[in-house]
Write a protein that binds this ligand. Structure first.
Ligand SMILES: NC(=O)C1=CN([C@@H]2O[C@H](COP(=O)(O)OP(=O)(O)OC[C@H]3O[C@@H](n4cnc5c(N)ncnc54)[C@H](O)[C@@H]3O)[C@@H](O)[C@H]2O)[C@@H](O)CC1
Length: 486
């Protein structure tokens, strides 16, 4: 498990670590680790010229001390001071080591700064760290255009401009790599900010780990730990029966993908409830599936289901499922059918548009069109709290957000190649997560394990290339086996 801690917890842990250490010791450790990574990247890339962007705070201090170490090692270093102040001792160290010092404190970039940025092989971005407000200072808006495409950008602690809490989207430096100190922070793992982080490298500076993370990310080991592996005494019922209510006469593909995914992921049995055409199709395509009502351990409801034109039988079964004490997953059209909170485990799997529609239907505050893009986890949290459900918000970084009442951290996963953004992949995810709910996992575990396995299976199905949803569904069993074997 990868764990990230809130800025307050990071600051408290750093203060605890500083007790008994000489003044500035942690910053020296941070700068030494940062300079070590920077030197390795310069060497790997057979390159030389370094530019240090240094802001007003301690993040600028880290960057300046690292710049001093790189200059001492013989690299040409240009320091660009971009804040109203600079860390004095660190700046003196950089000067003493031979760095050239330029200023770009406001307005357009001076010519010599443009030249330095255009010629840099490696840039250390030390504008803001965990003390940063979201967004770049106005005068740095043009920064991305001034950086050569060939330069390797290392963000110091976090990409400047990105919200340290990872809650809101903003202008930020997009780094190739982020070197963070001691602890991972939410900015590195959350949907609106992770894309700016690049490769994440954690340098140990001796900061103790706080007790409760704000964000978690599952690794392959966690999948091996959480996956419901059958024992010799299991049978198809004890392994979990998933009921699927999906599709209709017009939408026949979604149930095929739900059911194929659940069967391939190894659920004990799947029962499908739906009208004639999807039923006939499933009979020929997924012979393992059984049809009609019966006992189930969880429901996956809503993929390809048009709530307004749904079959009466389907609507009745959905009503009964929602009133039952069984776990329910609601996807796509199923999201329109949830009116109130239920006491049993419930997992919603919207994409951004569906989450916005749902939050608006529930009248959860002022919600402009870009609300979910700007603050995805906050909007998911509003829905989770209002309905007391877990919300899995699908995206390049998928967030699984439990209700605040659960007292659990958000989980985020970014295992999927961009190729997975294709019609039907959400139906596969719903079938997979539903299978895990049926085998007894909590909504948080089912959602996060499903998100990881879904993403890895997409890559396994066709590494580095396009992938169709059905291929992901067919790949699931082999990917699970691979992850369990590790
Ligand atoms: N506290 C510690 O023990 C350690 C801190 N370290 C470094 O210290 C950093 C935190 O330092 P600070 O608390 O000084 O905070 P920062 O260096 O992140 O930034 C604070 C400064 O930037 C300005 N600022 C913030 N947002 C801005 C924006 N959007 N536009 C323009 N200016 C903005 C603030 O007014 C302030 O002057 C960490 O990220 C890390 O890099 C490391 O040296 C390791 C040890």
């Amino acid at each position: 498990m990868i764990r990230a801690y809130s800025v307050e917890d990071v600051r408290a842990a750093e203060s605890a670590a500083m007790e008994g250490l000489a003044d500035g010791e942690l910053m020296q450790r941070a700068a030494t680790g940062l300079a070590g990574v920077a030197r390795a990247r310069l060497e790997e890339r057979d390159s030389d010229a370094v530019v240090v962007l240094a802001g007003s705070g301690d993040n600028g201090g880290d960057a300046l001390y690292a710049g001093a170490l790189l200059a001492e090692a013989g690299h040409p270093v240009v320091v660009v001071l971009v804040g109203s102040r600079a860390h004095e001792a660190a700046l003196a160290a950089a000067r003493d080591a031979g760095a050239i010092v330029l200023e770009w404190r406001d307005g357009a970039a001076p010519g010599e700064v443009r030249t330095a940025l255009g010629e840099a092989d490696l840039i250390l971005d030390g504008v803001t760290g965990i003390g940063g407000r979201p967004g770049l200072p106005d005068h740095l808006a043009a920064l991305p255009d001034l950086v050569s495409d060939d330069a390797y950008v290392i963000a110091v602690d976090l990409p400047s401009g990105a919200d340290p809490a990872g809650l809101v989207a903003s202008d930020a430096v997009y780094a190739d790599e982020t070197v963070t100190f001691g602890l991972t922070k939410p900015v590195h793992l959350m949907p609106p900010t992770e894309p700016a982080t690049g490769l994440l490298t954690v340098v140990d500076i001796g900061v103790p780990e706080p007790s409760s993370p704000a964000v978690e990310r599952l690794t392959y080991e966690d999948v091996a730990r959480l996956w419901p592996v059958p024992t010799p005494t299991d049978d198809k019922y004890s392994r979990g029966v998933l009921g699927v209510v999906a599709g209709g006469e017009q939408y026949t593909g979604a149930p095929v993908m739900n059911v194929t995914a659940a069967v391939t992921a190894g659920v004990g049995m799947v029962r499908y409830v739906g009208p004639r055409r999807p039923t006939d199709l499933l009979r020929s395509l997924v012979p393992e599936c059984v049809f009609g009502e019966g006992r189930v351990q969880a429901w996956a409801i809503g993929s390809g289901l048009d709530a307004e034109n749904a079959d009466d039988d389907q609507l009745r079964v959905v009503r009964e499922a929602l009133e039952s004490d069984l776990p329910v997953l609601l996807d796509a059209g199923g999201l329109d059918l949830l009116e109130e909170s239920r006491s049993a485990p419930t997992l919603l799997t919207p994409h951004a548009g569906e989450l916005l529609r749902l939050a608006r239907r529930l009248e959860l505050g002022d919600l402009p069109d870009d609300a979910v893009r700007r603050a995805p986890v906050e909007i998911a949290r509003r829905v989770a709290d209002h309905l007391d459900v877990t919300v899995l918000l699908k995206g390049a970084v998928t967030a699984v957000v439990p209700p605040s009442s659960a007292g659990l951290p958000v989980r985020t996963q970014s295992d999927a190649p961009a190729w997975l953004a294709t019609a039907g992949s959400g139906d596969v995810l719903a079938g997979l997560a539903g299978a895990l709910l049926a085998s007894g996992l909590s909504p948080l575990d089912a959602g996060s394990v499903a998100a990881l396995v879904h993403g890895v299976a997409a890559d396994d199905a066709n590494p580095g290339g396009p992938v169709r949803a059905m291929d992901v569904a067919h790949q699931l069993g082999r990917t699970v086996a691979r992850l369990l074997r590790r």
